[in-house]
Write a protein that binds this ligand. Structure first.
Ligand code: SF4
Ligand code: SF4
Length: 321
């Protein structure tokens, strides 16, 4: 009997939700476990990296990597898996675009350390200790990974073959991706394994979206009781559907929450935040600059809002980079 394809699943800088999304495919996971040889899945099974290091280059058929890269340990693991794998799938918004932890690129490593180890009201650190790469404890040397100046998406560190966006990706897309790999029916390398169209094209509220929207005011979702059947934008509530790739199954829209952009930009768009800003500017109905300013000021934290999942791969990349 031919050897089963080896598969690795790994979590770098993320929240663990993407690993849960793998479990969410329920009984299909048993089919995957039968059809493949799982060689690494630290969150679920006890494998050692030594075991991966001892493998030949390309011996792993597919590495599914979630989370971004923020420290030297994550970079090392990403590079090891790239070397040992025929295919690498960036799984989830953090791996694809940097994700919500990528918003840390709006601040500096120094500011993060000062807040976490010195200034936060809950911190008690009278000796002013900060993490060190090497420290001596009871005569033994302890080491920590190096914390980088910024957050990187996976493809800023290694070559990535396929992308599966979402925060986290929905089970049906995970199953489609797994089936495509097992059946050898993958699209060209570099593809995103999700529909190419914008979310607005698949949204059930699209029929209530006027062909021309003229916004006089912007409302935040907690300030109003949103009509569950009408387009959010038509109600003056910011929804990133026009600039976001579809494929999520409208899970947020269906619970009356506007799109926040976790599927990243539609095909061919480099910077989803800039794309949405330009779309928004074109629908604000203001007589003069003063009126425009008043409407814009209703958007709390615009950079964080429009680049919530994609700052590291945007044209801005962050505050300092
Ligand atoms: S994409 Fe979302 S669910 Fe996945 S690791 Fe990042 S924050 Fe968590
Ligand atoms: S703007 Fe939002 S609510 Fe309106 S059609 Fe697009 S995705 Fe749906």
């Amino acid at each position: 009997m031919a050897d089963k394809p080896k598969v690795a699943i790994c979590w770098l800088g993320g929240c663990g939700g993407c690993d849960e999304a793998v479990v969410d495919i329920n009984e299909v996971l048993l089919r995957v476990a039968n059809a493949t040889d799982l060689v690494l899945w630290p969150v679920a099974l006890d494998f050692k990296y030594d075991h991966i290091e001892a493998m030949s280059d390309g011996e792993i058929a597919l590495s599914i990597i979630n989370g971004n890269v923020r420290n030297s340990d994550q970079e090392e693991v990403a590079k090891l898996l790239r070397q040992k794998s025929q295919l690498v799938l960036a799984f989830g918004a953090c791996a694809c675009f940097g994700g919500t932890p990528g918003l840390a690129n709006f601040t500096t490593k120094e500011d993060i350390f000062n807040w976490v180890y010195r200034d936060a009201p809950t911190v008690v650190n009278p000796e002013g200790n900060y993490p060190q790469l090497k420290s001596q404890v009871d005569g033994k040397e302890l080491t920590l990974p190096k914390f980088y100046e910024q957050v990187f998406a996976l493809n800023q560190v290694i070559n990535v073959d396929y992308y599966l966006p979402g925060c986290p990706p929905p089970p049906y897309l995970v199953m489609n991706a797994v089936s495509a790999v097992l059946e050898g029916k993958l699209p060209p390398k570099g593809s995103t394994l999700s529909p190419r169209r914008a979310l607005c094209d698949t949204c059930p509220r699209n029929k209530t979206k006027p062909s021309r929207i003229a916004l006089k005011d912007i409302k935040r979702i907690h300030e109003v009781e949103a009509d569950p059947d009408s387009c959010f934008l038509a109600q003056g509530i910011i929804c990133l559907g026009p600039a976001t790739r579809s494929g999520c199954g409208e899970s947020c829209i269906s619970i009356n929450i506007p799109c926040r952009g976790c599927f990243g930009p539609v095909e061919g768009v480099v910077d989803s935040g800039a794309k949405f800003l330009s779309a928004l500017a074109s629908i604000i109905d203001a007589e003069d600059d003063e009126e425009m300013k008043k409407v814009i000021e209703k958007i709390d934290d615009p950079a964080g809002y429009f680049y919530r999942f994609s700052l590291p791969v945007s044209l801005l990349r962050g505050k300092r980079f």
